[in-house]
Design a protein around this ligand. Structure first.
Ligand code: SF4
Length: 426
């Protein structure tokens, strides 16, 4: 049996696709890169932007053509495209055998077992990648004015800590060394549970699992970054000194129109609080340029904020109207496309300069990395603070913790020489 999986969108989708893939591989199914060769095709979808939704409908149309010639092929669809109105989806896409919502992988597994019941006894041990994503919370309560996620993924629903710990233990037994906890806003993890549990509590429990070398998490809404969480990051030895704090804009009027619920002054105070407790923390961020009404001066405020804070990564996107959001109803998308692109490129250029300087300062330093794989004949991994590092060496270093002396640097990666291999058991 062969399966094909197509994923677009956020880390949550990537995490769930990995789980789906692991499950199908555990049924002795083989992954293929062409949908036309598959017995099961899974689409893990995103509708955050209109062009993402267009890609999904395009893909569904493409699969319909294959299905018309091979009606024995089963198609399953998950991700934000799957709304609560399943009957409307089934009417619109009769060639799809199963729609299941994010977080409902159990339903998918039951369906696969029913469809391919003869495979039931062939389940084998799953081998995990070195670095794995674990979703801990689904949905979002924030209603940022430009974002469709709360409408599509619904309100926040946290997974029980016991379930997450059990999954982490299994993944570590399968070879995982780094756990990345993901959610639209991991900072509010556990608030909706009957027996409340915070992200700080969860990190402390995960941190004790033997074999987990590193724990990361994303995304952290700035308004919900608690003192307990900052303390946990500072105190727990295998929790990486890294937080993704989306700023989105540096101007207070734009932040208000975005419904972000913090001001620039709040954000700067938070950055100070985190950095004064964890001096070497890496802070990354997301920025939207060209939000409706954004003037040149307001954009420059954002630009200056990025210059001042010196993030280790900036993910920048040009605003585009998303039907169904508050911003699409209340504001006119009135910043010209060319202006949006100019602003986007100037932030990319600024960030490239910032990283060039900070990465060059690392030349000569020894950095500790967890080796995640090989690319173009070089081993690669990330530092504790999320810098990408390459080195060349004979031997198998997959999943190993090694020290590398940095020899050269660009804005996007460091290159170095292997100096030491850590021993996990000594
Ligand atoms: S925090 Fe805002 S941007 Fe993030 S998922 Fe929730 S509504 Fe969307």
């Amino acid at each position: 049996m062969k399966y094909y999986i197509w994923t677009i969108g956020c880390q949550m989708n990537k995490a769930e696709s990995l789980d789906i893939s692991d499950f199908l591989a555990s049924m002795d199914m083989q992954r293929v890169s062409k949908a036309a060769e598959a017995d099961i095709a899974v689409l893990n979808t995103c509708v955050v932007r209109q062009n993402a939704e267009d890609k999904v409908t395009g893909m569904l149309g493409y699969l319909k053509g294959i299905w018309a010639e091979h009606p024995e092929m089963k198609i399953a669809v998950t991700g934000c495209f799957v709304t609560d109105d399943l009957s409307a989806l089934k009417r619109a896409y009769p060639h799809v055998s199963l729609f299941f919502q994010p977080g409902e992988i159990g339903r998918f597994q039951e369906w696969v077992l029913q469809e391919y019941v003869q495979q039931k006894r062939r389940v084998r041990k799953i081998v995990s990648p070195v670095s794995v994503y674990i979703p801990i919370i689904q949905g979002c309560n924030n209603f940022c004015s430009y974002c469709i996620v709360p409408y599509r993924r619904g309100r926040e629903r946290s997974r029980r800590p016991e379930e997450i710990l059990e999954q982490a233990e299994k993944l570590v037994m399968g070879g995982a060394r780094e756990i990345i906890l993901v959610g639209q806003n991991v900072n509010t993890y556990g608030k909706d549970l009957e027996r409340s549990c915070s992200l700080a509590n969860l990190l402390s429990r995960l941190s004790g699992i033997k074999g987990i070398e590193r724990i990361r998490f994303l995304t952290n809404h700035p308004k919900d970054m608690s003192k307990d969480l900052i303390e946990a990051i500072a105190a727990l030895p295998n929790v990486c000194h890294h937080a993704c704090l989306p700023l989105q804009a540096g101007d207070d009027a734009i932040l208000k129109a975005m419904n972000r619920n913090y001001t620039m002054a709040d954000y700067l105070r938070l950055v100070d609080r985190i950095r004064s407790r964890i001096g070497d923390i890496a802070l990354s961020t997301d920025i939207i340029v060209g939000f409706p009404g954004e003037t040149d001066e307001q954009f420059r405020t954002t630009y200056r904020a990025i210059e001042e804070i010196q993030f280790t990564a900036v993910h920048v996107a040009a605003y585009s109207t998303r039907t169904g959001t508050a911003a699409s109803r209340e504001y006119k998308d009135n910043v010209e496309h060319g202006v949006k692109l100019q602003r986007l490129h100037s932030i990319e250029e600024l960030q490239r300069e910032i990283l060039n300087v900070s990465n060059n300062k690392m030349i000569g330093a020894d950095v500790e990395i967890l080796v995640e794989g090989q690319k173009n004949g070089k081993w690669f991994g990330r530092t504790y603070s999320d810098k990408l590092v390459f080195f060349t060496a004979d031997g198998d270093y997959m999943g190993k913790m090694v020290d590398v002396e940095v020899k050269t640097a660009t804005a996007w990666a460091l290159q170095g020489e292997l100096t030491r291999v850590h021993c996990f058991n000594c």
